[in-house]
Design a protein around this ligand. Structure first.
Ligand code: UTP
Length: 521
């Protein structure tokens, strides 16, 4: 690229960004070229406008929204716990039928930097140290494979669930390499479509673009709501239409329990003719820091805990439930048609939210500093900000212990750690074994209690370790014929149900039933 540095020198000051050329004289030719390309790609008007608008709405969001809120209308929610088995089965069949017709895709949001977890590779490659050693990506890939098989068994038609994965500059290359190195975990590479989201410059609190190196601007992915722009830029809707896909399940990479393309959820949304839907869980306690789905100014929105007062957070209905109870867990249903209309009509209306972060920077003397407290802002769109544009929006309330355990933090943190994620998965799987008629027992034949859900990192070993390969069971189905009447010693891994780390679908051998002593009978 030809360099017109004079033009830059004239333009940058108009927007208060002249400091970006402070180190120009120190740079090598190559570094100058890199910085020039970086700066020339900046839309200075856009970044100035986004900075001003989002800082203003961030200040406004300090004003509590209590008076503007209404709870989600009851008739637009279905709760799994209050729905008959027959109804759930009916929705499940509808979902499986759609899957077998190839009409359902899953869309993974995997562009985040995972700074709280603190590893230098994509979160999906993280292993929480399950007995199998499987990573989040592998668990998810195997759930897709199993679901395709379940749909085929039910309908005798084999449909594909195409897996769209949104990555970013931080996660793209490593994710692609990881899938390719692991043979796409048994999926057809043509059905795993990765695409990259956009990045935005990071700025100081007073609106200066931050230099990450003397020759490079600090940039961060534009939030999981960058999805809509990225889908548009990469022709993803056209790809979906070409493949005959009609709806998608959007989810986050870090929820170890995620039920990808959950046929019950898909069937529910489809049968209600929803164009957009969200899975929610009941808030665990009034002050839990989770966004709630409700109506604000008459529009469906996710309102952050910090945006309401404690009085509103604690408000209860006559039946004892919290009035604002629908905790958002980032599991969304969108029809392809709705996605298309969002891109066409609404994407530009989505606001950037400000996230105050510690952003490494080059100081005045040219030294690179890693700050220990927030020194700047990133600008992020949120995936759920499109709820308000839906014409038929529905909620599906599921059980937290069955469906939600996010991995956000490193091992020493208080919550949402590798330990809590591991315990959530193993606890769920042990419940599946119990429901199917098997159990773990101690040497005296006593059934061992459920694996407790760990809320913190206090202890990392477990009395019972239980992991079921997704290739064996997607959500507890099909286990009875293997485990009914069997019991297992606590030190004995449930390895018949655990496929090897790089396993591609070994079906387990039936576990030998242990002979019971007379005393135990
Ligand atoms: P989080 O908001 O938890 O962010 O993302 P994160 O990047 O994983 O972690 P921190 O905040 O840096 O510690 C929720 C989901 O949204 C995705 C993440 O990959 C995760 O699945 N995400 C987030 C994106 O896809 N793009 C983004 O720009 C931000």
């Amino acid at each position: 690229m030809d360099m017109d540095v004079t033009l830059l020198r004239n333009t940058l000051p108009e927007f208060g960004q002249e400091h970006l050329l402070d180190f120009w004289d120190d740079l090598s030719d190559e570094q100058r070229q890199a910085l020039y390309t970086d700066l020339a790609s900046l839309d200075l008007e856009d970044i100035t406008r986004v900075f001003q608008n989002s800082m203003k709405s961030s200040e406004n969001s300090q004003t509590k929204k209590d008076d503007r809120l209404e709870p989600f209308p009851e008739d637009m929610i279905a709760a799994v716990a209050c729905t008959s088995d027959e109804q759930l089965d009916e929705w499940r069949s509808i979902g499986l039928e759609l899957i077998s017709e190839g009409k359902v895709a899953v869309l993974l949001l995997a562009g985040g930097q995972g700074t709280r977890l603190g590893v230098d590779y994509p979160k999906g490659m993280y292993s929480v140290d399950l007995p199998s050693g499987k990573t989040l990506y592998q668990l998810q890939a195997e759930r897709i494979r199993k679901l395709e098989m379940l749909a085929e068994n039910e309908t005798e038609k084999r449909g594909k669930i195409v897996w769209y994965i949104m990555t970013s500059e931080h996660t793209g290359e490593k994710t692609e390499e990881f899938f390719s190195d692991h043979g796409y975990f048994g999926l057809n590479p043509k059905d795993v479509v990765t695409f990259e989201q956009g990045m935005r410059p990071c700025m100081t609190f007073d609106g200066k673009v931050i230099l990450d190196e003397k020759w490079k601007i600090a940039r961060a992915p534009d939030g999981n709501g960058g999805l809509y722009q990225a889908v548009a830029a990469n022709g993803i809707v056209d790809d979906m239409k070409r493949r005959g896909i009609e709806c998608m399940h959007i989810y986050c990479v870090d929820n170890i329990l995620v039920k990808m393309a959950d046929p019950v959820f898909i069937g529910y949304c489809h049968s209600k003719q929803a164009d957009c839907g969200a899975k929610v869980v009941q808030k665990a306690f009034p002050t839990e820091a989770v966004g709630i789905v409700c109506k604000c100014d008459g529009k469906y929105q996710v309102v952050e805990y910090s945006e309401i007062t404690i009085e509103t957070a604690q408000k209860r209905n006559l039946d004892g439930r919290l009035t604002f109870n629908a905790g958002n867990i980032c599991n969304h249903y969108l029809t392809v048609e709705f996605m298309e209309s969002v891109i066409r009509e609404n994407e530009s209306k989505l606001k950037y939210h400000v996230a105050k972060k510690k952003i490494p920077y080059v100081d005045k003397s040219g030294k690179r500093i890693s700050p220990d407290k927030p020194n700047g802002v990133k600008f992020e769109k949120f995936v759920f900000d499109v709820f308000e544009f839906a014409s038929n929006f529905k909620l599906f309330e599921v059980l937290r212990e069955d469906e939600f355990s996010p991995l956000k933090n490193g091992i020493t943190a208080e919550k949402d750690t590798p330990t809590t994620a591991r315990s959530a998965l193993m606890s769920l799987h042990y419940r599946y074994i119990l429901q199917a008629g098997g159990s773990f027992r101690d040497s005296g034949g006593q059934v061992l209690p459920l694996i407790p859900l760990r809320r913190s990192n206090s202890q990392s070993s477990f009395e019972v370790e239980c992991e079921i390969s997704p290739l064996l069971s997607y959500a507890g189905e099909g286990l009875a014929k293997i485990v009914r009447g069997n019991w297992y010693e606590p030190g004995h891994h449930f390895d018949v149900l655990v496929s090897p780390v790089k396993g591609n679908g070994h079906l387990p051998q039936p576990q030998k039933k242990k002979r019971k002593t007379d005393e135990q009978k």
